[in-house]
Design a protein. Structure first.
Lengths: 169, 169
DNA sequence: TAAAGTATCTCAATCATTGAGAGATACTAG
DNA sequence: CTAGTATCTCTCAATGATTGAGATACTTTA
């Protein structure tokens, strides 16, 4: 239990479903995800910023549902809290490395649409396959009803986090 | 509108507890957490790296259980994938800003222990209070049994992610 | 004690980020 | 239609974080 590498070590034992437990678990998970993203970045000769941008572009691009439109430099600027120059530099790197394409919008020619390149999509899928397997391994230990609970929780959590966007700034 | 509008938009409707759903929800949550961390960083005149370091130091410092010892520059280097120079610079910034203290280990005088300063702890607690409230709001919508399921899932997920540290590198 | 190993720091070179401003395109009112 | 204003992206010099080889100090092993 108290053994060093044990992943479940050091949860507050007094209240195993309390706020503290959630804080610790969520913070750790976030850290692990960021570490994996960092590794991917280094392997691809990118920066963490670039990977975050890539993910945002991927989500917008493959979720036409979400915002309707593909990602643009302006949206990326807000989403990642970058300055205009940083966005341009980041997109330059991503485009030069073949991960994305810039496409002028036909309707509003000031706007640039960002598309994930298919080859890069395959690279990312390959790299993150172990992560997908891990997620599946965890999922496999729960019943359909339990998974439904988890999905509902994650969705509720995301909803709360989105509300926080305006609230405390 | 980044991930804007309805937070539950664009989940794969065909398999509401499938891998894709988890991937989308976890990725989004990660993005939101990182955005919040970025905002905290900017407000404190820090960088995202500094905040990640701060969190790692906090976790090690307040969880003597986990690794036994407080954080050190060396462990930080591995955990955040930084070079030695970057760690030193990052710690210089954090120490100069009063967030941490460097303390030479009495036993092994090569080692530096990193401690979270109490005043900084209070600053962080204040800043992240809304996040805590959000987490509590989400928790409040589930029964104790359901919360137990969620905690178990998060713990399983973390365990898998830790395994991934050696496995696929 | 000497040699090898480990933890941290130093510093010049490199390169991402900042932030003001330019250029191009769209909208709106007269 | 035209002028004026707003929006989107990009440019570029200055700033400053990160790199990475090497220095320094300490510990352990032979």
């Amino acid at each position: 239990m108290s053994g060093s590498g044990a992943p479940t070590a050091s949860l507050p034992a007094d209240d195993p479903t309390g706020l503290q437990t959630f804080a610790v678990l969520l913070r750790r998970m976030n850290g692990e995800f960021n570490r994996i993203a960092q590794e991917f970045a280094q392997e691809q000769g990118l920066h963490l910023t670039d990977v975050q941008a890539l993910i945002a572009i991927l989500d917008a691009d493959s979720d036409p549902d979400a915002g309707g439109e593909p990602m643009t430099p302006g949206r990326l600027r807000k989403q990642l809290n970058l300055t205009s120059g940083a966005v341009t530099a980041c997109l330059d790197r991503l485009e030069r490395a073949g991960h994305i394409r810039r496409v002028r919008d036909a309707g509003d020619r000031r706007v640039v649409h960002l598309h994930y390149a298919d080859t890069a999509r395959a690279v990312a899928r390959d790299y993150f396959r172990p992560l997908a397997r891990s997620t599946d391994a965890a999922r496999g230990r729960f019943s359909p009803d339990e998974l439904d609970v988890v999905v509902r929780f994650l969705a509720e959590m995301n909803a709360e986090l989105v509300l926080l966007r305006r609230g405390s700034a």
